[in-house]
Ligand binder design. Structure first.
Ligand code: HEM
Length: 378
């Protein structure tokens, strides 16, 4: 399918936006995209150090469990690291030191599950899943307790952001609901699904790629005086290409209303409510655009010709070469997501030469188990 087909689909409102089922959340959205400056800039100084701190904890946990049991599921430590990192980076507040403790990820998971009900699969027969999960809104009282825990944590932690919101004429309560949504659904939910996908593709790509990434990342950091910085990360073309390729190969989506999806040689009618798990991959795996479209090609986006393909990377609900605006539905966290995904690859290969994974099904995304890790030897 051509990129133009994807764009017309996007204009026709192909979205992953969930129907909101928790009554507290049925409020107008904060005008996030119209906040002056880039969404994310106020906390940018905390991103690199907090990411390193939280993901070092993750790596230690994985190493410990691997030594004990011979393998380690990536899911739980990864979600703990993501939740802690987001709270520490966005609000300068460590959940582990608060009343919330370590239950943030499980409370967020329950709540995100209710948001994702329409696209969720438990692996049951389709007609049972459609009846249980995809027909009626899941009752919000079941998640009220977990939602309240999250709300209280954000209300106490995000004082500075809530002050700013009040200055903009938005009540603290209103703003806090939006912070829970942006942090737990957009950010935590996105990272929770995407990092295992990325780890899967990089893991399956094998040792040669791992060593090339380790060499590139470590040599750039070395020539940057041993420090990682945003500009140093820009000088890592293979790492950047690997992250783009992970976003190209596995994005999700769902139709909100009837639409036509056009390819180079056909038009498909999609009826309202029909699931379109494949719509983005149709476009981002278009063989007329991408050679070996079904394969994970780590260096696909390197060089001048590779960069020309970035406009066909559409995970954010728009081309990678465009910036989200108030006039479109492109992901407001696009640049932040790209940054943290790159950071994950960088921190991983600062620490390890290579690794192996086993991959299994998960309700959303994939389940990755790490079966070996080789510590950095150079
Ligand atoms: C891997 C992580 C992420 C993925 C895959 C992702 C993906 C998406 C997609 C596909 C949309 C379009 C949905 C729609 O049409 O309604 C979207 C919208 C949005 N995203 Fe993200 N996102 C991620 C992370 C984030 C983060 C970290 C933030 C903010 C901190 C964020 C904020 C938003 C907002 C506010 C919108 C609504 C934009 C609008 O309707 O104008 N996202 N995201």
């Amino acid at each position: 399918m051509a990129s133009s087909a994807t764009l017309s689909s996007r204009r026709a409102n192909v979205q992953v936006r969930p129907s909101v089922t928790v009554s507290e959340l049925e409020k107008p959205e904060l005008p996030l995209k119209s906040i002056p400056g880039d969404y994310g800039l106020p906390f940018i100084d905390r991103v690199l150090p907090e990411f390193k701190a939280c993901y070092t904890e993750l790596f230690k946990t994985v190493e410990y469990e691997l030594a004990e049991k011979g393998k380690c599921s990536f899911q739980t430590p990864s979600e703990q690291a993501a939740f802690n990192f987001l709270a520490r980076a966005f609000f300068d507040s460590n959940p582990v030191d608060s009343k919330l403790g370590t239950v943030g990820p499980s409370s967020a998971n329950i709540w995100v599950l209710f948001q994702l009900g329409p696209i969720f699969t438990l692996g049951l027969p389709k007609y049972i899943e459609d009846l249980l999960l995809h027909t009626f809104p899941l009752p919000s009282f079941l998640v009220k307790k977990d939602y309240k825990k999250l709300y209280d944590f954000f209300y106490e932690s995000a004082g500075l952001v809530l002050d700013e919101a009040e200055k903009m004429g938005i009540s603290r309560d209103e703003a806090c609901h939006n912070l829970v949504f942006a942090t737990c659904f957009n950010s935590f939910g996105g990272i929770k699904v995407f990092f295992p996908i990325m780890l899967k593709w990089i893991g399956l790509a094998g040792e040669n790629l791992h060593l090339s990434l380790a060499k590139e990342i470590r040599s750039v950091i070395k020539s940057n005086g041993g420090e990682l910085s945003l500009s140093a990360m820009e000088q890592m073309p293979l790492m950047k290409s690997v992250v783009y390729e992970s976003f190209r190969i596995d994005p999700p989506g769902k139709a909100k209303k009837d639409l036509l999806v056009e390819s180079h040689d056909a038009v498909y009618e999609v009826k309202e409510g029909e699931m379109l798990f494949g719509y983005q991959p149709f476009a981002t795996k278009d063989p007329n655009i991408f050679e070996r479209a079904e394969e994970f090609v780590p260096d696909r986006f390197m060089g001048v010709d590779g960069e020309k393909l970035l406009k066909y990377v559409l995970w954010s609900n728009g081309p990678e070469t465009e910036h989200p605006t108030v006039a479109d539905k492109q992901c407001a966290g696009k640049d932040f997501v790209m940054l943290v995904s790159r950071l994950f690859v960088v921190e991983f290969f600062r620490r390890y030469d290579t690794f192996e994974v086993e991959v299994g099904p998960a309700p959303v995304g994939v389940a990755v188990t790490i079966t070996s890790l080789k510590a950095a030897s150079f």
